[in-house]
Design a binder for this molecule. Structure first.
Ligand SMILES: C[S@@+](CC[C@H](N)C(=O)[O-])C[C@H]1O[C@@H](n2cnc3c(N)ncnc32)[C@H](O)[C@@H]1O
Length: 257
């Protein structure tokens, strides 16, 4: 299930995602007059770059988090070319199909990729492009080892018993097969490492609280959120020697047949 985000903090801390989003956006072939969905638009930092590429087009930004959409609405206030919706991508419906779908740093938060891609195929015009990037298999494996170490330790262990975590880090092969099954063609899927080193222990704590551990901490009482996050960060620092995150991205380019 999608969870609420601290949108103000995401806006402050989301530099890596904005940078990658700009690179992914370059893979969309646009004339400038299309209607494009940004699926999981967050606060709109990548959406803003998309809007700049569509001087005569329109952008629909959709996100399951009402707080993210609230922040995005502030960003695009008064812009008639941007429509913002609170919507779950596995259930989204639109008044008319779009020319293209962009999605960055979102699909790995969605467990059921069959349902996701089936829905995206429904709202994309025949011939329309799907260009996306999300966490892929082995994403943040080193950080996850630190998270699991702390999750197994009292006083946190009971809260995580039987929970398999929030993410779906798919392989390029299974993603290719899923997209083929639901009607995509010209599919290319691949992984690339994108390691990030943050400026300090404190920076990694804030980043984990808002981004990486957003769903983990919801299983804990509020007074444990910070202590749990600090324990994870310290376990990561012991292992890596620096405030680094071993990101691996899954890239997707496909066309609706
Ligand atoms: C890491 S943020 C990425 C935001 C933006 N695309 C960026 O690159 O900065 C992930 C976003 O995915 C959204 N999300 C997660 N599950 C979703 C779902 N099922 N449907 C729509 N949005 C979802 C979250 O609410 C969050 O805003």
């Amino acid at each position: 299930m999608p969870h609420e985000w601290n949108a103000k903090e995401y806006e402050r801390l989301g530099d890596p995602m904005t940078r990658w989003g700009g690179q992914v956006l370059e893979r969309l072939h646009l004339q400038g007059n299309e209607i494009v969905l940004d699926g999981g638009c967050g606060t709109g930092r990548v959406t803003e770059q998309l809007v700049a590429k569509l001087p005569h087009g329109k952008v629909i930004g959709a996100d399951a988090s009402a707080k993210m959409i609230e922040e995005a609405k502030e960003r695009f206030a008064g812009n008639p070319r941007v429509t913002l919706l609170v919507a779950d991508l596995t259930e989204i419906s639109l008044p008319e199909p779009v020319d293209a779908i962009l999605s960055t740093a979102t699909f790995h938060w969605i467990k059921d990729h069959d349902k996701l891609f089936t829905q995206l195929a429904k709202i994309l015009k025949p011939g329309g492009q799907l260009v996306a990037q999300c966490g892929g298999v082995t994403n943040i494996a080193g950080v996850m080892a630190a998270i699991e170490e702390v999750m197994r330790t009292p006083p946190y262990a009971a809260a995580f018993e039987g929970w398999h975590g929030p993410w779906n880090y798919a392989t390029p092969e299974e993603t290719q097969a899923r997209l083929t099954r639901v009607g995509f063609t010209d599919i290319d899927t691949w992984l690339n490492p994108e390691p990030v080193t943050l400026s300090s222990r404190e920076h990694l704590i804030d980043y984990c609280l808002t981004i990486i551990l957003g769903q983990h901490i919801l299983r804990l009482p509020h007074e444990q959120h910070r202590a749990f996050t600090e324990a994870v960060v310290d376990a990561r620092l012991r292992r890596a020697g620096e405030p680094s995150i071993d990101y691996v991205r899954l890239n997707i380019v496909a066309r609706r047949s």
